[in-house]
Write a new protein. Structure first.
Lengths: 178, 187
């Protein structure tokens, strides 16, 4: 059997993949809604999930440092390897910076984040309307970029599986899906 | 000479009697504030009313005869967010088109000792009246009186946020209201 990602790495990858795609969709849907109690609830759930995923990235990074992933397939040339590594680094960077941008935005708009409605997180900035608007644009822009990198990531995995016919996709799949 | 001294003494006593009977009724609006806080989804938000008028009669020598009426311009509300401010004057909230003013009229003032008082009265918002008790601290310095108090109202008692907005898990029912009113003696 070829080298696999650890079961923990697989679990973290797929939980975060599903959750992040759901949050992307929720974010794009919710921000256009007319003001209502449901809108307030969706915003809160989006933020609470965002905080949890933000914490999970660091767990994932710690795990990755201690458990190096399998090497890239031999057929990949240096430029391809650079793009692969660059793409993964970019995903990690975005998974850290995007929730931070959300936290900053929320602070600047005067809405403290209270996790699950009970644990207040400190505001990173003083209330400032213009800065809040700017950070909203940043959060939106970063998420659009993130969506593009995710699509590229999925496309690359499918390309490896169906075109290169190597084990890149397989080694991240849980045993029962292999 | 003795009669003159007596007359002067009498005049001094009379005028000091007048000074003690001063009613601290001139409201310094720029130094006064009416603010409140509320919770949305567990998140604390601050708000205030920028315009109000008050008619206060307070004589420290006759505290339990004091009275106060306040008229708050509900259109001057700031709930701390642009979305909230667009929503809060609407029919489901304050319905300011029909009810532009909130009115408080005191019914009695009970001195509690020291500078602490209970101010009892009726609060009318959106056509509904509730009895409230506002624990108040009244401090006098020279010809300035400072009234500080806090009371909590339940927004559902006044149908503030009705229909879909009556859901108190989204916006909490309890709304602490804080007032800080400075008045001067006109004498």
């Amino acid at each position: 059997m070829t080298a696999q990602y650890t079961a923990t790495a697989k679990l973290l990858h797929w939980i975060m993949a599903i959750a992040l795609i759901a949050l992307l969709a929720l974010g794009f849907y919710m921000h256009d809604l007319p003001f209502s109690p449901m809108k307030l609830k969706l915003y809160s759930w989006h933020k609470w999930a965002g905080v949890c995923l933000f914490l999970l990235v660091f767990v994932r990074l710690a795990w990755r440092i201690k458990h190096r992933p399998p090497a890239l397939p031999e057929h990949m040339r240096p430029l391809e390897r650079m793009v692969a590594h660059g793409g993964h680094h970019m995903l990690y960077l975005l998974m850290i910076v995007i929730p931070l941008s959300g936290w900053l935005m929320s602070s600047a708009k005067g809405f403290q984040t209270v996790l699950f409605g009970v644990l207040p997180l400190p505001d990173l900035l003083e209330k400032h309307e213009a800065l809040g608007e700017l950070l909203q644009q940043l959060h939106m822009g970063l998420n659009l970029f993130f969506a593009a990198v995710v699509i590229g990531h999925i496309a690359a995995a499918l390309k490896h599986h169906f075109v290169n016919k190597d084990d890149v996709l397989m080694r991240m799949l849980p045993a029962k899906f292999r | 000479m003795k009669r003159l001294k007596l007359a002067v003494l009498g005049l001094v006593l009379a005028t000091s009697g007048f000074a003690n009977g001063a009613e601290f009724g001139k409201v310094e609006a720029a130094k006064s504030s009416i603010s409140f806080s509320y919770k949305q989804m567990g998140v604390n938000m601050d708000g205030r009313f920028k315009k109000f008028t008050a008619d206060i009669k307070f004589d420290p020598a006759k505290a339990n005869a004091a009275s106060a009426t306040l008229d708050v311009d509900l259109n001057s509300i700031d709930v701390g967010s642009p979305d909230g401010n667009s929503e809060v004057g609407g029919k489901l909230w304050f319905n300011t088109k029909l009810f532009p003013t909130a009115k408080f009229t005191s019914t009695s003032v009970k001195p509690l000792g020291g500078d602490k008082y209970d101010v009892l009265g009726k609060l009318t918002i959106k056509g509904k009246t509730q009895d409230i008790v506002a624990p108040t601290t009244i401090k006098i310095q020279g010809n300035t009186a400072q009234f500080d108090g806090l009371f909590t109202l339940k927004r559902n008692d006044f149908a503030i946020g009705e229909g879909i907005w009556s859901d108190t898990s989204a916006v909490a029912n309890e709304v602490p209201v804080k007032f800080h009113i400075i008045t001067t003696s006109s004498k």
